[in-house]
Ligand binder design. Structure first.
Ligand code: ATP
Length: 148
């Protein structure tokens, strides 16, 4: 029996479906959530979230947030979330390069921008990693001729 998974941000509903398992980047490590999981509330790290439904697999880049588990529903309130197929690779590369350059240049003593730049680096790195997996997500379904 499946469990509902909803991934939402302040801007939009990113994903909603009945699924078999959700694997999420919890604050204390990777969490695998099956139907009838114990109720749980945790923060999320920057990382990849995987949803499986039968033979389908969807991978999302998650930019932190909160995850709530109830027996029949997993809700992800993400600060940012994109499906692998939605990620703009050039934009993520540019964001990572910007962050790397800023860190390499060094920040003035006492600057409060370190965490902000480090987070931009983490977000862009997760996007690049997840985007690299987009051909294995089964979204859209693989052509039966195997041409992909
Ligand atoms: P950038 O510097 O490129 O704007 P960012 O990490 O500052 O990246 P966020 O603040 O995390 O961006 O996100 C702003 C919005 O843009 C969110 O809706 C997020 O899903 C989307 N977004 C950010 N980067 C990408 C990307 N590479 N591909 C697709 N959507 C993205």
């Amino acid at each position: 029996m499946p469990i509902r998974c909803e991934i939402v941000t302040q801007e939009r509903l990113v994903y909603s479906d009945m699924v078999d398992i959700v694997v999420a980047p919890g604050a204390d490590g990777v969490l695998g959530i099956l139907p009838h999981h114990t109720p749980l509330l945790t923060t999320l790290q920057f990382g990849e979230l995987v949803v499986r439904k039968g033979a389908e697999e969807h991978i999302f880049a998650i930019g932190g947030g909160v995850l709530e588990v109830r027996p029949d529903k997993v809700t992800v309130l993400a600060d940012a979330a994109e499906h692998a197929d939605e990620i703009d690779l050039a934009r993520a590369e540019a964001a990572r390069n910007r962050a790397v350059e800023l860190l390499a240049e060094g920040l003035p003593p006492g600057s409060d921008r370190f965490a902000e730049i480090e987070n931009a680096l983490k977000r862009s790195s997760v996007r690049l990693k997840v985007a690299g997996k987009k051909r294995r997500t089964g979204f859209p379904p693989t052509d039966v001729s195997g041409s992909r």
